[in-house]
Design a protein around this ligand. Structure first.
Ligand code: PAF
Length: 260
């Protein structure tokens, strides 16, 4: 097929628009861009997070239309999970970093994405680097199932403050928005030091220092390699990842550093 698919949970923002743009770029004007909007209940390990997840289908449809999307797939929970659905696993990736704090989350993501790929049958699919671990999980899934789809990563879109765009940012006050900007700053500092050849220990300490605030509860801050193994001093391409809670909103972000 000459179809590209972007899977979302709605509450669309510039980050999603970048995925749609990349999708259009891959298939051209004659290809078909499909966007799914489905707030998948099974991947929310915290029912309160699910209940508070922003939903606004009319606004989302307007964004899709403006982005020139050909088809929007917005099923109900019943439509998605009717009948026997094969369940997939994120394997060991489901138990580290995000997975350690959100048990079952990545298995549920793998299962719903496999279902979405089966239903939409795209040749190309696009995932934001903002959810870096999810991207790694999906790549593994596609390889494991030998699915005929190319998984394309798309760069994280950031606010001017450096805060990574996220649907959950809507739940922050203007004050919280400022506090949350230090997440992107901490990652940038750690990545700069890693690139400059500083030790992992020093680079990490400099990032952590920026996050020392009463208003930030850090879940983790880890320096990994591209496959999310713990990095060593001989790692060439690093991924620094964090999760933190600001004003009761759990935010994640990550950045790449390349050492020559
Ligand atoms: O990244 C998301 O929005 C979701 O995890 C996804 C990929 C749409 C699966 O529900």
């Amino acid at each position: 097929s000459n179809r590209a698919a972007v899977f979302t949970m709605g509450a669309l923002h510039e980050g999603h628009a970048a995925l749609m743009k990349a999708a259009r770029g891959a298939v051209g004007a004659t290809g078909e861009v499909v966007v799914s909007i489905f707030v998948n209940p099974t991947q929310f390990n915290d029912p309160k997070d699910f209940a508070k997840y922003p939903q606004n289908l009319d606004a989302d449809l307007a964004i899709c239309e403006a982005a020139g999307v050909d088809l929007v797939f917005a099923p109900t929970v019943d439509e998605m999970y009717r009948g026997e659905i094969p369940e997939y696993s994120a394997h060991a990736l489901g138990g580290i970093l995000e997975g350690e704090h959100r048990p079952g989350h990545f298995d549920a993501v793998a299962t719903v994405v496999a279902r979405l790929l089966e239903l939409t049958k795209p040749a190309h699919t696009f995932f934001g680097e903002k959810d870096y671990q999810q991207l790694v999980v999906i790549r593994r899934l596609v390889a494991e199932l030998r699915l005929p789809v190319v998984v394309h990563p798309v760069k994280t879109v950031r606010a001017e403050s450096g805060l990574a765009l996220s649907s959950r940012n809507q739940r922050l006050s203007p004050q919280g928005f400022n506090v949350a900007a230090s997440l992107g700053k901490a990652l940038a500092v750690t990545c700069e030091l890693l690139q400059a050849g500083d030790s992992i220990e020093n680079a990490k300490a400099a990032g952590l220092k920026i996050l020392q605030s009463e208003d930030i509860k850090l879940d983790y801050f880890e320096v990994c390699d591209v496959d999310l193994n713990v990095a060593t001093e001989s790692t060439k391409v690093f991924r620094v990842l964090l999760a933190a809670i600001v004003e009761g909103v759990r935010l994640i972000d990550n950045m790449e550093a390349v050492r020559n």
